[in-house]
Design a protein around this ligand. Structure first.
Ligand SMILES: O=C(O)CCC(=O)C(=O)O
Length: 205
């Protein structure tokens, strides 16, 4: 028995229909996850996120960064971002989750939530720059937060808690049928960093 691996059935599909979500629990022990969290907080080029909503420019308190194997551009919420080259730690994490999941990724969107007052509203990751039905791997560090899915037609909701050092994967037609969000909460006073590894289709601009 490996004492560092949680006994979680990562083949379980958390969605009842129209997509696949697998949760692996923590894939890094606490010490390794703490080290990555500190590295990510200090060394990533964090920027406030920008969105144009109903013609108005919104700057979020949540910070973002985007890294990848090429200078991909990626457009969401009507703003375009350009990827920075992988850091060694991000490349190591990408290799680890590729081994765990059997999927491949060429870019990563990072989110920094300073405390529970920051979250992310309902959305799906179906932008045209992303590979259609490509897997998205979500790696979480820091504060444990609730993560929720809502079916676009039936409105059925599924919730789970994302732990420090844990991996979740969304694949197949999940983004077509389900929204997801990170709800804000007054209970959390510490930061959380989330990394979503994705596959961008060639669009070097
Ligand atoms: O922080 C999270 O777990 C959610 C991130 C997310 O929904 C996204 O990057 O699309």
């Amino acid at each position: 028995m490996n004492l560092f691996e949680p006994e979680i059935n990562h083949s379980k599909n958390w969605l009842p229909y129209d997509g696949t979500v697998n949760y692996y629990g923590y894939i890094l022990n606490k010490k390794a996850a703490d080290n990555y969290l500190n590295h990510l907080l200090e060394d990533i080029e964090w920027r406030n996120d920008e969105a144009i909503i109903f013609g108005k420019r919104i700057i979020t308190k949540r910070k973002v960064a985007w890294y990848g194997e090429k200078t991909f551009s990626y457009t969401y919420s009507n703003t375009t971002k350009h990827a920075l080259p992988w850091t060694k730690s991000l490349l190591d994490l990408k290799t680890l989750i590729e081994q765990k999941t059997g999927e491949t990724f060429n870019s990563c969107l990072l989110n920094l939530y300073h405390d529970g007052s920051e979250g992310m509203a309902w959305h799906s990751d179906g932008e045209k720059d992303l590979k259609k039905n490509g897997a998205i791997a979500s790696l979480s560090f820091g504060a444990e937060r609730k993560f929720a899915f809502k079916h676009k037609d039936t409105k059925k909701k599924i919730e789970l808690i994302l732990e420090h050092g844990s991996l979740l994967i969304m694949k197949d037609d999940t983004q077509t049928h389900w929204l997801h969000r990170l709800p804000p909460t007054k209970l959390i006073k510490t930061p959380r960093v989330n990394l979503t590894f994705r596959t961008i289709v060639e669009n070097l601009k």
